[in-house]
Design a binder for this molecule. Sequence first.
Ligand code: B12
Length: 210
Amino acid sequence: MKKNEITQHLVDLNELEILDLVRKELEGGADPLEVLDACREGMIIVGKRFEAGEYYLPELIMAGEIFSEVSEILRSVIKEGSAETKGTVVFGTVRGDVHDIGKDIIVGILRGVGYRVHDLGTNVETEQFVKKMQETGAPILGLSGLITTAYNSMREVIEALDKAGIRKRVKVMIGGGVTDERVRVHTGADAYGNDPTDALKLCAQFMGGN
Ligand code: B12
């Protein structure tokens, strides 16, 4: 697979070229998760350029839009969910954070493999998460966040689940950007993940699979 080329097209914001290449690669049998990985690498480089002052907000927005378009194509090839539900998951990007590309990818993939996912969107208030967990009785909560302040919002959600008396029956996974073990400890989450494969593994574990 022309992984580097996909990454480079994203970094250079070559919208038409990347969409064309991704379609061709998928037609040729490429793994959608590998295409996703190539794009993610591109996004990391775009983020670094933004940090270095080489790219500005318009470039960041453009990169986000291109990634969303690629995700749409990937979603269309990831297999449809089976009639049987694997479990219920509530998902959202926490308060103060509007990044949703990664969240949408995970939600799409979880749905694709058969989970019922309630996607609450972005900049979700703590109370909304608690309310949805109570309403649905979902055993899994997925929190996404990319900016540093999101970590406190995640922690708040988990504390609120505790106050509502439902923390023990809920498994919380977090992710997005540079989430790691330190962030997990800070937020009090049960687990963290860095990509769709992690999300799938964690959900299977939480549901008592392997
Ligand atoms: C695109 C982008 C934007 C777009 C977002 C568009 C959208 N619809 O989402 C726009 C332009 C709106 C934007 C805005 C801002 N951004 Co921005 N953005 C990015 C960028 C370049 C890419 C993010 C992205 O989509 N990556 C691709 C996806 C696929 O990756 P991902 O989100 O990490 O998700 C994957 C995994 O993390 C994981 N995952 C995600 N969630 C979860 C959840 C669970 C449970 C699990 C298991 C896994 C998981 O799976 C996903 C799929 O692989 C990053 C740079 C970077 N390196 O991340 C900066 C970045 C995140 N942004 C940054 C900043 C500073 C901002 C702004 C504050 C800029 C400003 N001055 O206004 C605002 C914040 C607005 C807000 N309140 O949220 C900083 C954050 C720095 C920090 N430490 O806080 C970054 C790191 C750029 C940088 N290097 O400075 N941004």
